[in-house]
Design a protein around this ligand. Structure first.
Ligand SMILES: NC(=O)c1ccc[n+]([C@@H]2O[C@H](COP(=O)([O-])OP(=O)(O)OC[C@H]3O[C@@H](n4cnc5c(N)ncnc54)[C@H](OP(=O)(O)O)[C@@H]3O)[C@@H](O)[C@H]2O)c1
Length: 411
């Protein structure tokens, strides 16, 4: 049985003390008094106004700057706030940080997961060993109130937030605004380091979610430039396994493998959720990952869709059978959608989804050199042990459970 303490706070909670929270009408699984070590419970929660650095026009100086960095403390005394904790990567990040002994506060929605399929209890069960804080990252005041109610300071914020749809407005709302809220709220409660899960594709931004991510990245870097005591790690991973597993079961059932062009238009170094979570957790303490943009892929060489398809047919014991779709078909469809958006603005997201599909069909998820317009396998660092081949084998045996794509089934 777990010895962890579950404690959660709702966004509407109007109380600010642990005692009051205990008597809230929401069920609490175990005694929250052991939620955090005693010395952290006593930690002064900084005055929000005084610490509102990111919105201040001139940098504000901390009244009593910390003599030692949170990096000098043992993990059990380091409070890590994780936003986007219920996502494909976020939930592995929470588990990895818990395993490493950090004091993890996972910020969640009351209904989380794809199409809100998880209720509060599902979320609490998922995050064994972490402290769950139900709040709303899209509303700064509510998020700050939730953190105030926790009554503790934050050392590090890890953001795995992402728009679940990739739609235009939602991308700006989540990949930029909600992530910015997490930075502002985190800093106001003492955070000295921010780990951002971004994406390698922002190197060549053609899509709205990439522009939203880049805007936040730039503001995060700016924040560290004007505040010496604050740092960041921006993690830009290549493709996730879930984005490459969509055809495994089709091939197993004898269907052809569909790819664009000759199947060599793009390549990636896929990385698994546990490996990426481990890399992100490294960013919390490792000094050599501080104030850096970190592109990262999984083990082995980069793989094109053709190579992925060949691997899949071999593993499935089937004769290779490819359908090659000219990429121009996508350009034609996108052209029509772009035209229609001028007449029917409500089609904005449909047109954007077309562009996202086109982008992933033709652009590599590798380190990009804008001067030569080339992607490089060699320049893209590798991390971890999980291979795409092992992932394909697993899906062939067990199916795609846990690897579902987001709401628009694009990524
Ligand atoms: N797919 C790929 O191959 C790939 C490759 C490289 C990088 N990336 C990047 O990796 C990042 C994470 O991807 P992922 O697949 O882990 O994302 P995901 O599974 O879609 O998770 C998104 C997280 O953001 C939260 N979120 C979304 N909308 C919200 C809202 N309105 N209010 C509160 N929370 C909200 C979700 O909470 P709920 O559970 O409550 O919805 C969830 O925790 C993204 O930035 C993506 O661009 C992806």
């Amino acid at each position: 049985m777990s010895t962890s303490t579950f404690f959660y706070i709702t966004p509407n909670s109007s109380t600010s003390t642990f005692k009051n929270l205990l008597s809230s009408h929401h069920p609490i699984k175990t005694q929250p008094t052991s939620f955090l070590p005693q010395h952290l419970l006593k930690t002064h929660v900084p005055n929000r106004k005084r610490f509102n650095l990111a919105t201040a026009s001139t940098p504000t100086v901390l009244e009593s700057p910390p003599k030692s960095s949170f990096r000098d403390k043992p993990p059990k005394d380091i409070n890590v706030l994780v936003v986007g904790s219920t996502g494909y990567i976020g939930n592995f990040v929470v588990k990895e940080l818990v395993n490493r002994g950090f004091n993890v506060i996972a910020v969640c929605r009351e209904k989380s997961g794809i199409r809100g399929k998880n209720n509060k209890d599902d979320t609490l069960n998922m995050f064994n060993g972490a402290n769950v804080c139900f709040s709303d990252v899209t509303r700064l005041q509510i998020l700050e109130k939730s953190l105030e109610n926790l009554g503790v300071s934050i050392d590090v914020v890890v953001s795995c937030l992402a728009s679940r749809s990739g739609g235009v407005k939602d991308s700006w709302k989540i990949d930029y605004e909600a992530t910015k809220n997490s930075l502002l709220a985190g800093k106001n409660f003492g955070a000295k380091h921010f780990v951002l899960l971004s994406a390698i594709c922002v190197q060549k931004p053609l899509l709205e979610f990439q522009r939203a991510k880049l805007k936040f990245e730039a503001e995060l870097v700016e924040e560290a430039e004007k505040d010496d005591s604050f740092s960041y790690s921006i993690v830009r991973p290549t493709a996730f396994f879930k984005s490459l597993g969509g055809q495994v079961e089709l091939v197993k059932d004898g269907k052809p493998y569909v790819m664009f062009g000759d199947g060599k238009l793009c390549a990636c170094k896929p990385i698994s959720e546990p490996d990426l979570a481990s890399f992100i957790a490294d960013c919390v303490l490792k000094p050599d990952m501080v104030n850096k943009i970190l592109p990262i892929g999984g083990p082995g060489k980069a793989l094109t869709p053709l190579e992925q398809g060949e691997m899949l047919f071999k593993l499935a014991g089937k004769k290779p059978n490819f359908i090659k779709v000219p990429i121009e078909i996508m350009d034609f469809v996108i052209g029509i959608l772009d035209f229609l958006v001028n007449i029917f603005p409500s089609l904005e997201d449909v047109a954007e989804f077309g562009k996202i599909g086109r982008y992933y069909a033709a652009e590599s998820m590798l380190v990009y050199d804008p001067e030569t317009n080339q992607y490089s396998d060699e320049e893209t660092p590798s991390y971890g042990n999980d291979t795409l081949e092992d992932f394909f084998k697993k899906v062939l045996e067990e199916g795609m459970a846990g690897q579902e794509l987001g709401e628009q089934t694009i990524f």
